[in-house]
Design a protein around this ligand. Structure first.
Ligand code: SF4
Length: 272
């Protein structure tokens, strides 16, 4: 009976390992040899949730941002602007609230640098009220808009990632997470996005600790997974899905797709 319990405990791990192969090419993961712990966790999450379609952007004929799966193409200027504004709107609030604010901007045809620069801060605040902290966010949006009008998206795109990051961090209201979200999702640049979900999950897994500095955890990811924009794009989005579904403040480990790789998870299946 003990032997049977051993088989059932490890079976899901073996099954997942075999099926990782289909996603290795697209994300630059090694096809032979062992995956790093960080790669293994990505493979399990991708296996379970599939492509996430980040960052959602509004397509022609629509006013709502859409998730387009497995699209890692260069963004149009309109999409870049919407992602940058969205990255500010989603600070300290859910995407659902940020999305309402984006829809209001789209409905009023305000998603344009000149228009956003011309509107009064008070009016802008009212339009994006749903995103919370709307007065602060209106100020931040107008600050980044002034920055983009001066620097231009075309010029920023030609910078190296460290140069772009340094420039973005000079803009008031843009911190590490927002800067990296903009680099990764608006400019398709290699910057792994860390957020509080990432810190919480990887501390629980046992690969990090919750008080780790932003750039230290980012470095851990960037040294343990291939330099691949599609991989960075999906991995951050998958971490957010896991945090929302299972790894909440109170984790629900029993159905978690990475419980077999997590120190905190309830990994043992007891067969009596
Ligand atoms: S097993 Fe539990 S603690 Fe670990 S990642 Fe999953 S939900 Fe979080």
């Amino acid at each position: 009976m003990k032997r049977l319990a051993f088989i059932f405990y490890f079976l899901p791990v073996f099954a997942l390992s075999a099926s990782h192969e289909y996603c290795t090419d697209m994300f630059g993961l090694p096809t032979t040899g062992q995956l790093t712990d960080f790669e293994e966790i990505f493979a399990h999450l991708y296996e379970h949730y599939g492509p996430q379609g980040w960052w959602p952007v509004t397509r022609e004929g629509s006013e709502t941002p859409q998730y387009i799966k497995s699209n890692y193409e260069r963004r149009s200027r309109e999409e870049q602007l919407e992602i940058i504004i969205g990255a500010i709107l989603t600070q300290n609030t859910s995407w659902k609230n940020a999305e309402i604010a984006l829809m209001n901007l789209n409905t009023k045809n305000l998603m344009n640098l000149d228009v956003l620069a011309a509107i009064s801060e008070t009016n802008l605040g009212e339009i994006i009220r749903a995103s919370g902290y709307y007065n602060q966010k209106a100020k931040k949006i107008q600050t980044i808009v002034a920055f983009l009008k001066k620097e231009s998206l075309a010029k920023l795109e030609k910078l190296t990632i460290p140069e772009l990051r340094t420039k973005l961090l000079t803009v008031k209201g843009i911190g590490n997470e927002t800067a990296d979200s903009i680099i990764l999702y608006a400019f398709n640049g290699l910057a792994f996005v860390i957020d509080s979900y990432t810190k919480r999950i990887f501390a629980r897994i046992g690969l990090s600790n919750e008080s780790i500095a932003y750039t230290d955890l980012q470095k851990q990811f960037e040294t343990n997974i291939p330099e691949n924009v599609a991989l960075y794009n999906e991995y951050h989005a998958l971490i957010v899905s896991l945090a929302k579904e299972h790894c909440k403040k109170e984790p629900s480990c029993s159905l978690c797709p990475i419980k077999h790789s997590c120190k905190t998870g309830e990994c043992i299946v007891i067969i009596k």
